[in-house]
Design a protein. Structure first.
Length: 382
């Protein structure tokens, strides 16, 4: 007996079963010489138990409408695998370009990387890396330039500082710094020339290899219950294609962003990309879907970037390569759930500081009182 079976087709020494997934899928399959029971044991010809594929027979994703399992013969029994996912590679790496000069924050960024500017009690880049870690990524690839060593040092172990804190019995600080230095494996790649975002991502090709990867811009902060990157990975596991994260913007601001035009899909908050335009002139696009600094890209993007013709100033535009990749194998745009801050802009940076500080466990309440007193004195809400 097989529960919730839509179709059964027999092939030589194999059986393909299309099964409607349930919260706890119970499967019993029988063939000429094996039994796959509800306990997910596989019994071979000699009655010996082989390795149970338990995870393959528990489906918790109610949004998945159909799942296909293929059984193929082995010496002692059967193994099962998902034909839907057998060619899907896990997203393990994230590329974070941090080579920019940060001219919008001069003179503050003359000697300090803009990514090291502090938001309450942590540098901006740490919020980005923490999102990556919370999304299950295993390795971060920083695309750096001259003068950016402070970023690498921030995620490294500092023996001298640790010794001083230990001698002063500042255990809480020691623990916090230890957590920072052990967040994730970090690799640095130097971008020797400032040739644009597309070129920065292309520099990571040898470290990323032939697998999908994330790209996060170092001055785009996203606060959300589920990390933005995790939301994108969840969608990738359904579509197995590249994804750009988007937000809706007023039509009079579309000329400040890369804009996506596309068609609706069956996936929530998701459109299939038809066209991308980098900072279109006002009135030339009817779309309000703006690309933000979160991308999940298939490795074919590197070939597309290698063929992209440099534009103004010799820079390689990422949008051109994204369009080529969308034409080649398809791409999706996902409207993430959360709030985004442009921490590379002074006003966006201030908004991030205020919002994050108001939620701080020790600083939030005093800051709220302080802001209320200022507004009372200056009649802010008149």
């Amino acid at each position: 007996m097989i529960k919730n079976v839509q179709e059964v087709r027999l092939e030589e020494k194999s059986k393909i079963v299309i099964i409607q997934p349930t919260t706890a899928l119970h499967v019993r399959m029988a063939c000429s010489h094996c039994i796959l029971s509800t306990s997910s044991r596989i019994i071979g010809k000699q009655g010996r138990q082989t390795q149970p594929p338990v995870a393959l027979f528990r489906r918790d994703n109610a949004q998945q409408t159909q799942h296909s399992f293929r059984l193929f013969s082995r010496k002692e029994g059967f193994t099962a695998q998902s034909t839907q996912r057998r060619n899907m590679k896990k997203v393990r790496k994230a590329v974070i370009p941090v080579a920019g000069l940060g001219t919008r924050f001069l003179p503050a960024t003359k000697a300090i990387p803009k990514e090291m500017l502090t938001i309450v009690d942590r540098p901006t880049i740490q919020y980005i890396v923490e999102e990556v870690v919370a999304s299950g990524i295993e390795e971060v690839i920083l695309i750096t330039s001259a003068g950016k060593s402070a970023i690498e040092n921030h995620f490294d172990y500092n023996y001298e500082l640790d010794t001083i804190l230990k001698d002063k019995n500042k255990d809480a600080l020691r623990e916090e710094l230890s957590l920072t230095s052990s967040l994730i494996d970090v690799v640095s790649v130097r971008q020797k020339e400032p040739l644009g975002l597309g070129h920065a991502i292309w520099m990571a090709r040898k470290v990323v290899g032939d697998e999908p990867f994330l790209v996060l811009l170092g001055d785009d902060l996203v606060r959300s219950k589920v990390p933005c990157c995790r939301q994108m990975i969840d969608l990738y596991e359904k579509v197995n294609e590249s994804i750009v994260s988007i937000q809706r913007v007023p039509m009079d601001q579309t000329h400040q962003y890369g804009i996506v035009e596309g068609e609706k899909t069956d996936f929530e908050r998701t459109v299939k990309v038809k066209q991308m335009v980098e900072k279109p002139a006002l009135g030339t696009s009817k779309s309000d879907m703006a690309i933000i600094g979160r991308y999940l890209l298939m490795p074919e993007i590197f070939a597309a970037l290698g063929k992209t013709t440099p534009g103004h100033g010799g820079e390689i535009q990422l949008t051109d390569a994204l369009q080529a990749l969308a034409d080649q194998r398809g791409m999706y745009a996902y409207e993430f759930e959360g709030k985004r801050y442009d921490a590379g802009d002074k006003m966006g940076y201030l908004k991030a500081i205020i919002d994050i500080a108001l939620d701080h466990p020790t600083l939030g309440e005093p800051l709220r009182d302080h802001l209320a007193s200022i507004c009372d004195a200056k009649n802010c809400f008149r």
